[in-house]
Design a protein around this ligand. Structure first.
Ligand code: PGA
Length: 249
């Protein structure tokens, strides 16, 4: 039986004081929560939130990191700096990184390998554009992003990788993939993992869904066989919307 993993991606929102208030509310309200939880604030709020979630059942995540350990990389943040702040996991390959900041599979794979090398967990995001879905290419796009994102990742490290399927057309748009459509892609991603790492690893890997997850659609999505949690954006910005998702029934 896989655990459910609910992660909140706060994107480029919240001052330190706002992030602290949300983190405190989540620590209190999720203290008896049964699932795996993570929040990913902006870099600027990581230290503040780290102090609040320390010792709780909420893990600390970062939204991105550099592909190099250190050096002349103006504006980038290193894996070593994230670890220094107590970061446990990093979201890589988010569609906003892929499409707005033009990160390609090669760069994302470099980051995945570096994060794993340094002991972090990774949430590797994959997902198709609307035009790709309309062209019947959703599975193929997710397959390629999964294969190339995981290139060179040893089987022993796969337990620290979660895949998040986030159809780009469903992110921040209020449009959710139907639970059936999402589950079909999740199943195909699991098959890709089976081909790469074997059936056992494929059974164990957690695959989150992301894209307009809300309190009123979380349970239907989570009821699907291959959906093991959620990567939540907009609804993660308030305890009143994140908590019901995190405690879906
Ligand atoms: P959304 O974002 O929940 O606001 O659609 C999800 C994400 O980008 O991770």
């Amino acid at each position: 039986m896989r655990t459910y993993y609910i992660a909140g991606n706060w994107k480029m929102h919240k001052t330190r004081a706002e992030a602290a208030a949300l983190a405190k509310a989540l620590v209190t309200r999720l203290k008896d929560g049964k699932h795996k939880y993570l929040v990913a604030p902006s870099f600027t709020a990581l230290e503040t939130v780290a102090a609040i979630v320390k010792g709780s059942n909420i893990l600390l995540g970062a939204q991105n990191m550099a592909a190099e350990e250190q050096g002349a990389h103006t504006g980038e943040v290193s894996v070593l700096q994230l670890k220094d702040l107590g970061v446990h996991a990093v979201i890589l390959g988010h569609s906003e990184r892929r499409h707005i900041y033009k990160e390609d599979n090669g760069l994302i794979n470099k980051k995945v390998q570096l994060a794993l090398y340094h002991g972090l967990e990774v949430i590797l995001c994959v997902g198709e554009l609307l035009s790709e879905r309309e062209a019947g290419k959703a599975e193929e796009v997710c397959e390629t992003q999964t294969i190339q994102g995981l290139a060179g990742v040893a089987a022993a490290d796969l337990s620290r990788v979660t895949i998040a399927y986030e159809p780009v057309w469903a992110i921040g748009t209020g449009k959710t993939a139907s639970p059936e459509d999402a589950d079909a892609i999740h199943a195909s991603i699991r098959q890709v993992v089976a081909r790469l790492y074997g059936a056992e690893a494929a059974q164990q890997i957690l695959i989150q869904y992301g894209g307009s997850v809300k309190p009123d659609n979380a349970a239907q999505l989570m009821a699907k066989e291959h959906i093991d949690g959620a990567l939540v954006g907009g609804a993660a910005l308030k305890a009143d919307t994140f908590v019901p998702i995190a405690q879906f029934q």
